[in-house]
Structures are given as structure tokens and as C-alpha cells.
Design a protein around this ligand. Sequence first.
Ligand code: PLP
Length: 395
Amino acid sequence: MFDSLPVLPPDSILGLAAACRADPNPDKVDLTVGVYMDETGLCPVFEAVQQAQQALVSEEQTKVYMPPQGDPDYLTGVRSLIFGEAGMAALGDRTSAVQTPGGCGAVRLGAEVLHAAAPGATVWVSDPTWPVHIPLMGSVGLQFKTYRYYSPEMKGLDFEAMLADLEAAQAGDVVLLHGCCHNPSGVDPTLEQWGVLAELMSERQLLPMIDFAYQGMGAGLDEDAAGIRAVLERVPEMIIAVSSSKNIGLYRERAGAVVFVGGDARAAEAMASQAVSAARRVYSMPPAHGALLAGRVLSSPALRSAWEAELGQICQRINDLRGQLRDALTTATERDFGFIGTEHGMFSFLGLSVEQAQRLREEQSVYMLDSSRINIAGLNANNLGRVVEAVASVL
Ligand SMILES: Cc1ncc(COP(=O)(O)O)c(C=O)c1O
């Protein structure tokens, strides 16, 4: 049966990371995959997570299945982060949530619920968006249209073009937005622009679906949720895909949640029930370990404040690196790299051509995507100078 089955190439981003791992150059720099790395190049385990893990290991009495909806502490915790305590109280029972294997699982189950409610729905995605959105949601059967978003000429958000494209959306269409730290550009709408988008989605009866994979890594936990909260003031329904991979550092544990806001309690319950049913068709119950750790961190006041402090330091380090890279590139090239300092989160397009990005990999062992998207958190005091010199040499 499988004799002529084609062997598929690796995912393009993961393939580049593998090429970097195989590169024997001791001075190679990996700026490909969106993983936070500290000054030593390590993707660390949060101290608060380590403490939660020690307690979990010593107290855990069973490995019986999780409830299909997931760990209640985790689901309450992620919603408190998105909506804030006041927002949670205001929403009351109009919100529900289902734990998923990472943010990918959340995007997928969100798409399943959209498809169950409106099988012909069109999803508007930013140009560019995180490439995995397309297979994750498209394989459910949803159609896509793109709205202009990042402008290479402006080195920022072309908001006029974004609005002009979304003006063509029909009632019932879905707008996929990145809640913060847009992947791949690092460019987010301002709070004022979020308000305009909310108004447009409300007037045109468009449904916001928010991919929220980087809360707390852009400007702060509340600051990064401000766009979502502004939309919720005007729009009655929403789907939010949460990942705990980055901001709680649980990448390999596969912890995430799809969060629903319905017009009333019945709608919120229906959305969650559809997500649980979709999970049952594919993998049944969610994985336990990561969500139990995150549930403990988010529900214990001491662990939560320790985690918030640690996340705040990570956010600060990313923003410091942005400033250092901006200044060093501007000095080395006499070009304007000011945009790096105004973006959010781990990503930025350096504005190189595909050929320049390839030369950097082949000739200098500096690995970035062909689009010249870099992971800012892959920089550190040891490699920043080398990266800047390499980029200047191909410009
Ligand atoms: C924009 C975006 N959404 C969702 C995810 C999903 O993350 P995970 O499934 O690893 O939690 C990622 C991961 O890189 C991402 O960049």
C-alpha cells in the first residue's frame, strides 16, 4: 500500500533549524524557530514551573484520563489572563474554554467549531501570517481570503490597506487576528487601531478569531491583551486560541486552550461541546502534564506572581535586544532600522532579499528564514555583533 507513497519534505522552518543544528561551524547562529532563548542560548524552564512540577510529582496519585474539557484551574487561569478579573466577571457564563494540545490544537479546534456553525465560512488572514494557520484551519474545510497587513515599503502595518480589504468581507466571515506579537512581522495594531477594527467587525458582523500565542512577551500581560479586550467591548462573539508554549515555557508539554465567548451561556456551552466532540474524533482527551503545571502556576498566588515577574524579565530582555539590534544595525549600515524598536515580541523582518538571507546561511552560518524573519530572542551578547556584521556584509 505504501510503496509509492511520497516522502514529504520537512516543514520549511523546522528544516532550517535542522540545517543549523547540522552546521559544524562553532559560531553558527540560529534565528529561525520562534522559541525564547536566554543569554546562554538555552530555552529555560520557568522557576515557578519547576516548583509546580516538584509539587505535582510528589502529590500526583493517578494518571487517569483528564476530563475531556481539561483542567479547570488551567482553563480559569488562561481566561483570567485574557480578560482580566473584571472582564471575567462581566462575561459571566458567556465564556467557555477547552484545553488543547498547544496553541496549534486550539487553532484547530476553533476552526472545527467555526466549520460546525458555518461550513462555508471564509476566514480572512493577514498577509503574511504564520504559515501553519493555513493547513491547521484549511484542512477542516474553511476557505481563506487575505487582507493586506505588513508593508515592506513602510516597514510596518499598512492599516489603510487592511481596512480597505476587510471592507469587502461579508457578514459571517471570520477575521483571524494575532492578539499581540504578530508572527512573522512583530507589527501589531495600536490600541486605537484595535478600536477601529472592532468597530468595523461590529458593523459588518464579522467574527474575530484571535491567535494569542505570545501574551506577556510584547509589552506586558495586560498590555498585550488590550486589543482583545477592546474588541470585546463592541463584538459579542469571539474565539481565542491560547498557547502556553512560549509565555509559560511549556513548548513540549503541548498546553493550550481554545476560549469561546458566546452571545449567551447556551452559545458558549454549545461552542465548548463542539470543540470537545471534535477532539474526541481525533485524539479524545488532552495531555495532562503541561496544563496541570500551568494550572498550578496560575491558581497559586505565590507561583503566579513569581511567574509574572519572570515573564516580565523575559519581555524586558526581548525589548532590550530589540534596542541593541536597532542601534547596532543602524550604525553598521547607515540605514534606518528604527522599526525594530517599535515592534513587539520575538519576530522581525530585517528587510533582506531571499538571496541575501540564503547567503547569510551558506556563507556565514547565520540562519534566518528566507523572508529574513528573525527570532530576536536567539540573539545574545556573544552573537549580536557577529549577526550585525554578517547582515551589513550582504546589504
Ligand atoms: C502565531 C502562532 N500561533 C500559534 C502557535 C502555536 O504554538 P504551540 O502549538 O506550539 O503552542 C505558534 C507557535 O509558534 C505561533 O507562532
